[in-house]
Design a protein around this ligand. Structure first.
Ligand code: FES
Length: 188
């Protein structure tokens, strides 16, 4: 019997005693505190992402530099925005030209803005009546309708690209690898 008592004394209690109500409360408070901090941090991260996303340029890693944009007659009068290639194709009757939508500051996509009233601006020292312009949503650069930069951090005008007619099927071909001068026009 003595040896049994000694053995029980050595073995000690089978399970740890449960904590006091005070300790349980403290553990719960720590858990709620951690959950609260976690939610707050993920909320801040989401807010930061939403605020910073417009400042990050839209980068296209793969882009066909020369592509068929469709039959000339499929283009309406005025501007058509080709979203995938980020280029505006302009049609005036049978004449076409193309202007890049890639901002020359950090590469965001510019938006075309139709003016309520046409305005006369000086482009290359000459008065020109403009009906629309381009605005960059990232840092506020502005360009006249011919792509000339006139406000914001953009260091130079929007590119103009060469257009051609495909000999195979008569489709309009836009060549993003070949910038052209602002006097370029393609008449089909
Ligand atoms: S990317 Fe900065 S103004 Fe357009």
């Amino acid at each position: 019997m003595k040896s049994l008592k000694r053995w029980l004394a050595k073995a000690g209690p089978a399970e740890k005693p449960e904590g006091s109500p005070c300790e349980k409360g403290a553990t719960r408070r720590t858990l709620f505190h951690k959950i609260g901090v976690g939610s707050l941090l993920s909320g801040i991260a989401g807010l930061c992402y939403a605020m910073m996303r417009p400042l990050v340029p839209d980068v296209l890693y793969e882009q066909a530099r020369r592509f068929k944009a469709g039959a000339p007659d499929s283009f309406p009068e005025g501007a058509t925005f080709l979203e995938d290639q980020r280029v505006f194709v302009f049609r005036r009757d049978k004449t076409f030209h193309a202007i890049s939508a890639v901002c020359t500051h950090l590469g965001c996509t510019v938006k075309m803005v139709n003016l309520n009233q046409p305005k006369t601006v000086q482009i290359g020292g000459k008065p020109v009546e403009v009906h629309y312009e381009f605005a960059c949503p990232c840092h506020g650069s502005k360009y006249y309708g011919d792509g000339t930069n006139y406000a914001g951090p953009a260091p130079k005008p929007l590119e103009w690209y060469k257009l051609a007619v495909s000999p195979d099927d008569g489709a309009l071909v836009v060549d993003l690898s070949e910038p052209v001068d602002k006097n370029f026009r393609l008449t089909v």
